[in-house]
Design a protein around this ligand. Sequence first.
Ligand code: ADP
Length: 298
Amino acid sequence: MRLILLGPPGAGKGTQAQLLVERHGLVQLSTGDMLRAAVKAETPVGLKARDIMARGELVPDEVVVAIIADRIEQDDAKKGFILDGFPRTVPQAEALDRLLKDKGLRLDAVVELKVNEGMLLQRVESRIAQMKARGEQVRADDNAEALAKRLDAYRAQTAPLIDYYGDRRALATVDGMLPIDEVAVAIDRVLTATAGSNGSKPARKPAAAGKAPRKAAKTAKKAARRAVPARKKAAKAAKQASKGSRKAAARKAGKAKKGASAKGGTARRSAKGTVKRRAARKPMKSRVKRPRRLTKRR
Ligand code: ADP
């Protein structure tokens, strides 16, 4: 099983990668960890990356691609790996495609951890507090200024990967705002479905689908219920039609309804864990909310 965890800093990629290591015996390949180790050891790569990382900017593509190319050659990565923090740019994704193709390997899944950006600073702050409490050294880039840069880098350089993998129908989106164990269950469901659809061996101990089918069904129901707010919005807009301009409100209701069914689609689909999620991802909440003229693409 080879998968990518995608998401902004603080989305929980590292946390979920560690849980996947424990549950499925995969290795976690975190370019951030590898680069930090290189910085600490003062290797040539580390010396090159140190200041760039401290500023919250991205290390050049060729540097990280070379690190990953070496790493996936190692024995422990042969039975599968989780890429955490790589790829982070489209050229890195293209390089990874080439690397895997040359080795006759395939990517099984790309899981996007979707989070509310407003929560990220808070998450990073609590990570800093926890590290301090454990007496660990705080990361040089875990401060407000570098975090703002890391977020900018994510938006400008990494977010396009959502379309890159979405277009290849490899993307699954998981709600990263859920509690850690629920995110883990949702990821497991994606992996189980992926293993089922490509004929490969399912991940070891499939937590949701295999061992505890009732729990999986329960979580699936929960996910479907999460689509309800959008439906409620549709009902509210319809109600307003009786007060003000019926036409305008009906338009609004139509829009919200569209969002509700699309969101329902996402929930149901992600609950089932199939890999065809592209169509369901597009009508995001923000799109439903904003008037059309504000959603101009840049
Ligand atoms: P986070 O996801 O919390 O920002 P990471 O540990 O993944 O943290 O990365 C820390 C830093 O390491 C990044 O801000 C960047 O400078 C560098 N880095 C990690 N992975 C990559 C990558 N794939 N490409 C370029 N730079 C990277």
